[in-house]
Design a binder for this molecule. Structure first.
Ligand SMILES: Nc1ncnc2c1ncn2[C@@H]1O[C@H](COP(=O)(O)OP(=O)(O)OP(=O)(O)O)[C@@H](O)[C@H]1O
Ligand SMILES: [Mg+2]
Length: 724
C-alpha cells in the first residue's frame, strides 16, 4: 500500500488520527468505530511517512490473539518487514523484557513463569509452612490478595496493616510467598508486570535506553489497563516517546480485576499536550443494532460521553426471543443457526455469547444434536472442565471401582495427604500383580503391605467411595450427583477457593446436577444399564464429539468478556434474565450494575447484521426451577429497534416431539396453507411433518421434522414445500 492509499477508506476523523503530527493522543470512541483499524494504519503511517523504524514501535493489545492479528494486519498495510517491532500484550512484553534483562531484574537466567494453578499450590504450601489454618485462610483468597496488591504496584514492605490483624496475616503470607518465589526463580503473572516496572524504575540507564528506542507507543483497549500497567506506560511517556491510546470507557469490563477507567482521564493530565480525538461513525453494525446499544448504555452515569452513528441501513430488527425454558432457548438458537447454514451462511460468522461459562452446556448439547460444529473460544467445553471431570471421576468410580483413570484423578482430590511415594508403590504393585489400582489397594491393605498413615488414608478413601455408593444408591441420578459433589469434599474444596474462577467452578458443578436431572436415557437402553452408566457414557461421548477441526467452519461460543474487540455477522446472546444477566451479585451494587451494562453493550456491539437476544421464562438452575423476569437491559432497548418473535394472542400446542415449547398463532399459521402435524415434502430434505410455525409475512418460518435429516426451520416463502 503506498502512502496516498493509507488514508483512503478512512473518514475525516480517522484520517486526523492516522496522519496526526507526532504527539500524545487519546482516541476515545465507541464500539466498531475503527479504533483498532486506525491504530494499525497509524503504525503503517509512522513507518512510511515519518520513516519510523519498526524498531522504534511498541504496540500493546489485550490478548495474544489480538496481537497476532495486529502483526499480520500491520504487515499487510505497511507491506513487508516489521522485524524488530514489539507487538504484544502487557504480560507478553513484560516477560520479554525480563528475559532480556534478567540480571538487572534480579532473576536467575532460567526463571520460570508460574501459572495460576501452580501459584495456588505454592500459596497453599506457604500457608501450611506458616502453620496457619487453611480453612480460616483459604489459599485462593490469599492468591487474590497477593495479585491484587501486585496489580497496584505494592510489595509487602509498602503495605501497612495498621493493626488490622487479618491484613497482618495476609502481608505475612505475601512476604513468605514472595521469598519462596525469589529463592526458586519463579515469576507469577502479576509479578511479570510489577518486575518489569521495577526494572525500569531502578535502572535509569535501561529506562533511558527504552525511552530512546520506543519513540512510538500505541495501546489498544486502554480502558482495561490496571494501575501497574499504567505506571509502566507513564515511564515511557516521560521522554520524547509519543503515546497513542485508544479506548472506550463504555467497554471497560474488567473493573473487578483491577482495571481503572480513570486511567483514561489521568492520561490527559499525565502525558504532555495529549490531544483527544473522537471517532463517531460506526462501520460495524446496522442502525437498529447500533441505536439499541446506544440507548442501552445511555442508562449509565459518569460516562465520558460519545455519540455513535452509522450510514448503514436500519437492517433487520433485533429479535427478542422469549423461550419457554432453557432447553427451548438452546434449541431455538441451534435451529436458527441451522437455518443460516441451510441458506449458505458460513458457521464462522456466527457467535453465541453468554454471561457465565456454565451456560455453554445446554448450548453445546443443542449444537451437537443439530450436528453443528462449534468451538469454545478461550475456554474448555463443558465436560472437559476440571471440576466436571473431578465430579464425573467420583461417579465413575462409584459405578466401576476398576476405573483406574478415575481412581488416579480423585485419590488425592481434595487433598487427602496420600504421598507420591505411596501412589508409586501402589502403581508398581498393580502392574506386577496385574490388578487394578482399587484391587491392589485392597490387597495391600489386607496383607498389611501399606503401613501407618498411608494405610489409614487409603482405607478411608476406599470407605468413602463405598459409603458414597451405599448412601446414594436409592437416590435419583441428580440427587446422587449432588450427594457425591457434596460428600466427596469437592464442593467444599472449590468453595474454599475464593474468586471468580472458583465461582465459575461451583456454577459448573451445579449445572452438572441439572444435567443429570434433565438427562433422559433412551428407552431401549434402560434394560441393559443403570441411568448412571447411561449418563457417564453420554458425558464421555459429548466431551469428544462434534469437536470442530481447526480449519473447519464452526460456531463460536464464548463469554461476553472474551468477545471484546471481535465482530460477527450473526450474534446470539443467551440468558438475558434478571439474576443471570445482570448477575445476582451485581444488582445490589450500582457500580457493578453499570459494569454489567457495559458488558451487555460489548456483547450487542459484536453483531454486524443480525442480533438475537434470548431469555427463558423458566430455567433450571442448581436443580431448581427458577422463574426469572426478563433482564432489565431488554426493557432499556427502544421499541422501534426490536421485534418480539414470540407471538401475542398465542395458542399453546403440544408438539409431536413433546420437548419443544410451542406457541403459535393458529390464524396466521393457517394462512400459510399448512397445518400442524401435516405431512409435507421438500425438494432437498424429502418428506417430513410440520411441527411449528412463527412470524408473519415474508418472515414466516415453519419447522418441519424430516424423516431423513431431522428437524429444520425453513422460511416459508423460499422453502417451496408441498403438501402430500
Ligand atoms: N472508514 C472505514 N470504512 C470502512 N470500514 C471501516 C472503516 N473504519 C472501520 N471499518 C470497519 O469497521 C469494523 C470495526 O472496526 P474496528 O474493529 O477497528 O472497531 P473498534 O473501534 O476497534 O471496535 P471495538 O470497540 O469493538 O474494539 C471493522 O470491520 C473495520 O474494518
Ligand atoms: Mg477494537
Amino acid at each position: 500500500m503506498d502512502v496516498s492509499q493509507l488514508l483512503d477508506d478512512l473518514n475525516d476523523k480517522q484520517r486526523d488520527v492516522v496522519a496526526a503530527p507526532l504527539q500524545n493522543m487519546l482516541v476515545l470512541a465507541g464500539a466498531g468505530s475503527g479504533k483498532t483499524r486506525v491504530l494499525v494504519q497509524r503504525i503503517a503511517w509512522l513507518m512510511k511517512v515519518e520513516h519510523a523504524s519498526p524498531h522504534s514501535i511498541l504496540a500493546v493489545t489485550f490478548t495474544n490473539k489480538a496481537a497476532a492479528e495486529m502483526r499480520s494486519r500491520v504487515e499487510q498495510v505497511a507491506g513487508g518487514n516489521v522485524h524488530g517491532m514489539w507487538i504484544g500484550t502487557f504480560h507478553g512484553l513484560a516477560h520479554r523484557l525480563l528475559r532480556m534483562h534478567f540480571q538487572e531484574a534480579k532473576l536467575p537466567q532460567s526463571f520460570q513463569v508460574l501459572d495460576s494453578d501452580d501459584q495456588l499450590r505454592l500459596v497453599k504450601r506457604i500457608i501450611r509452612s506458616l502453620n496457619l489454618d487453611e480453612k480460616r485462610w483459604p489459599a485462593k483468597q490469599m492468591q487474590w490478595y497477593i495479585n491484587g496488591k501486585k496489580d497496584e504496584g505494592l510489595r509487602p514492605k509498602h503495605i501497612d496493616p495498621q493493626f488490622d490483624e487479618t491484613e497482618e496475616v495476609f502481608v505475612k503470607v505475601y512476604k513468605a510467598y514472595q521469598d519462596a518465589c525469589d529463592r526458586a526463580g519463579l515469576v507469577d503473572f502479576a509479578e511479570l508486570l510489577l518486575r518489569a516496572h521495577e526494572l525500569w524504575l531502578h535502572n535509569p540507564e535501561l529506562l533511558a535506553h527504552y525511552q530512546q528506542r520506543f519513540r512510538h507507543v500505541l495501546v489498544d483497549e486502554f480502558q482495561d489497563t490496571n494501575a501497574i500497567q499504567y505506571a509502566w506506560l507513564t515511564l515511557l511517556g516521560q521522554s520524547k516517546s509519543k503515546v497513542m491510546i485508544v479506548g472506550d470507557d463504555d467497554q471497560s469490563i474488567y473493573g473487578w480485576r483491577g482495571a481503572r477507567i480513570e486511567n483514561i482521564q489521568r492520561f490527559l493530565t499525565d502525558f504532555e499536550n495529549a490531544q483527544t480525538i473522537r471517532l463517531e461513525q460506526n462501520y460495524r453494525s446496522t442502525a437498529n443494532i447500533l441505536n439499541a446499544a446506544n440507548k442501552l448504555i445511555a442508562n449509565n452515569n459518569n460516562r465520558l460521553g460519545k455519540e455513535l452513528w452509522t450510514e448503514d441501513d436500519a437492517g433487520e430488527k433485533i429479535s427478542i426471543y422469549t423461550a419457554f425454558n432453557e432447553i427451548d432457548e438452546a434449541r431455538f438458537i441451534a435451529g436458527r443457526i441451522d437455518e443460516w447454514r441451510t441458506n449458505n451462511g458460513s458457521l464462522d460468522d456466527v457467535a453465541i455469547l453468554y454471561r457465565s461459562n456454565a451456560q455453554s452446556r445446554l448450548l453445546e448439547e443443542a449444537l451437537i444434536q443439530a450436528r453443528l460444529p462449534y468451538r469454545i473460544y478461550g475456554g474448555l467445553r463443558f465436560f472437559e472442565r476440571q471440576e466436571i471431570k473431578d465430579a464425573l471421576a467420583y461417579l465413575r468410580l462409584i459405578n466401576n471401582r476398576d476405573d483406574d483413570a478415575a481412581f488416579e484423578r480423585v485419590i488425592n482430590t481434595p487433598t487427602r495427604g496420600i504421598g507420591n511415594t505411596t501412589l508409586a508403590l501402589v502403581r508398581d504393585a498393580a502392574r506386577s500383580l496385574k490388578l487394578t489400582m482399587w484391587q491392589t489397594c485392597q490387597q495391600m491393605l489386607a496383607q498389611e503391605q501399606l503401613k501407618g498413615r498411608s494405610a489409614k488414608v487409603i482405607l478411608q478413601f476406599i470407605q468413602l467411595i463405598d459409603q458414597l455408593e451405599d448412601d446414594a444408591a436409592n437416590l435419583d441420578l441428580d440427587q446422587q450427583a449432588n450427594f457425591v459433589i457434596q460428600h466427596s469434599g469437592l464442593k467444599a474444596m472449590y468453595q474454599a477457593e475464593k474468586g471468580e474462577r472458583a465461582q465459575a467452578r461451583i456454577e459448573n458443578l451445579n449445572e452438572l446436577v441439572t444435567a443429570c436431572q434433565t438427562y433422559e436415557m433412551e428407552p431401549e437402553l434402560e434394560e441393559e444399564q443403570t441411568k448412571l452408566t447411561g449418563f457417564l457414557t453420554h458425558a464421555a461421548l459429548e466431551s469428544g464429539e462434534s469437536q470442530a477441526d481447526e480449519y473447519e467452519p464452526a460456531v463460536q461460543l464464548m463469554t461476553m468478556h472474551s468477545a471484546k474487540g471481535l465482530e460477527f455477522p450473526l450474534v446470539f446472546i443467551a440468558g438475558l434474565e434478571e439474576g443471570m444477566f445482570p448477575s445476582q451479585q451485581s444488582v445490589e451494587e450500582i457500580g457493578r450494575l453499570e459494569e454489567e451494562r457495559r458488558l451487555c453493550y460489548v456483547g450487542m456491539t459484536r453483531a454486524m447484521e443480525k442480533l438475537y437476544l434470548c431469555h427463558a421464562e423458566s430455567r433450571r438452575l442448581y436443580g431448581q426451577e427458577k422463574f426469572h423476569p426478563p433482564s432489565r437491559f431488554l426493557k432499556e432497548l427502544p421499541d422501534e429497534c426490536v421485534e418480539d418473535i414470540r407471538m401475542r394472542n398465542q395458542v399453546s400446542k403440544p408438539s409431536t416431539t413433546g420437548r419443544f415449547s410451542n406457541t403459535i398463532t393458529l390464524e396466521t399459521f393457517e394462512n400459510t396453507g399448512f397445518k400442524l402435524g401435516q405431512s409435507v415434502v421438500h425438494q432437498k430434505f424429502g418428506e417430513g411433518v410440520v411441527l411449528n410455525y412463527e412470524g408473519s409475512g415474508a418472515q414466516s418460518r415453519i419447522q418441519v421434522n424430516f424423516t431423513d435429516v431431522g428437524s429444520k426451520w425453513l422460511v416459508v416463502a423460499y422453502a417451496n414445500l408441498k403438501a402430500v
